[in-house]
Design a protein around this ligand. Sequence first.
Ligand code: NAD
Ligand code: ZN
Length: 379
Amino acid sequence: MLAMNYRGPQRVRIDHKPMPEILHPEDAIVRVTRSCICGSDLHLYNGNVPDTRVGETFGHEFIGIVEEVGAGVHALKVGDQVIVPFNIACGKCTFCQQEMYGNCHEANPQATAVGGIFGYSHLAGGYNGGQAEYVRVPYANVGPMVVPKGMHPDDAVLLTDVVPTGYQAAEMGGIQKGDTVAVFGAGPVGIMAARCAWLFGAGRVIVFDQEEYRLDFVRKYAPCEAYNFKSVGDPVVFMKKTTDSLGADVCIDAVGAEAAGSALQTFTGRKTLMQAGSATALQWAINSVKKGGVVSVVGVYGPTTNMVPIGNAINKGVTIRGNQASVKRLLPRLVEHIQNGVLNPKELITHHIPLEDIADAYRIFSDKLDNCIKPVLIP
Ligand code: NAD
Ligand code: ZN
């Protein structure tokens, strides 16, 4: 089969790889019909996630048709079209029992933090990803959901990650009626977080990014105020001024590790993770939230870092929350939101690109070319 093959920082290509096989009675093999590239894949692509190995296949946002099931699979049958959450979860461990499907212990027993994730390095269990023609789906009775009748495949594929992640970002903020919510990052996740903030009762939503076309998009889609952090001066000062010196009630970090390099300085010709002294979205979030406010972090930080202005966080009594989205927990209500027209995620998909052209797809998404918001690969 054809599958993505990671060759090293900013080098990906398509190769022939062996077909996945059923390794456990509760496995299914899925023929991928749509597979997105995520901002999280860019951390891998840029070489910023430890234990990313040459030869790996990325891809954790995919839907497809069930081709084969193991003897223990009862929740799916061959031919079903399924949404596969990016979290690999056993459904039985202590964390899954609490619906923390992003923290499953069984799927990644070596790790102390994250659970299992498709195509997300050995840090997240070493599972092959779905930027491929076929993928093995473990615990097939637990995660996959049959695509609801009539749902557009572009909506369905965004239910694997972007919609639940944006929604959970807003949910973790504990937004109260009338709250001012600042969202750092207008990628697909930040855009969805801004949109979902209204569902929780926000009174004002303010988004920061540096890409004008993404700011234009989020202004209409969320709809909200949106500013280029390069033109407002210090976003922290800006937030103070616009909130009568109080700060935002809730700040959402929808950027992650990228922000540390968002001064876009380069080292050996490519973006680097850490730039001493450069402000991160997380620092901006903590410093511009009001006293007693909540900072909700969905941006991914690969390695442990010291980017938290802990003194300010403590002195302000800030609550910091974060996690990988618990996709399975949120799917039922998000399906309903799409069916009722409350959310229309497919508008985020700007590019449909053949799987064979994966190198172009990564470049377009990573370098923000051609007004790209979200690309989907079609095997
Ligand atoms: P993306 O790369 O498309 O978007 C990130 C955006 O942040 C870009 O538009 C960039 O211009 C902007 N940006 C960079 N530095 C900034 C700064 N200092 N302040 C404000 N904006 C800045 O990525 P995405 O797909 O939207 O994902 C966003 C983050 O969410 C990533 O870190 C990703 O790994 C993470 N993520 C987390 C989960 C989860 O479950 N927690 C799931 C999916 C994605
Ligand atoms: Zn993702």
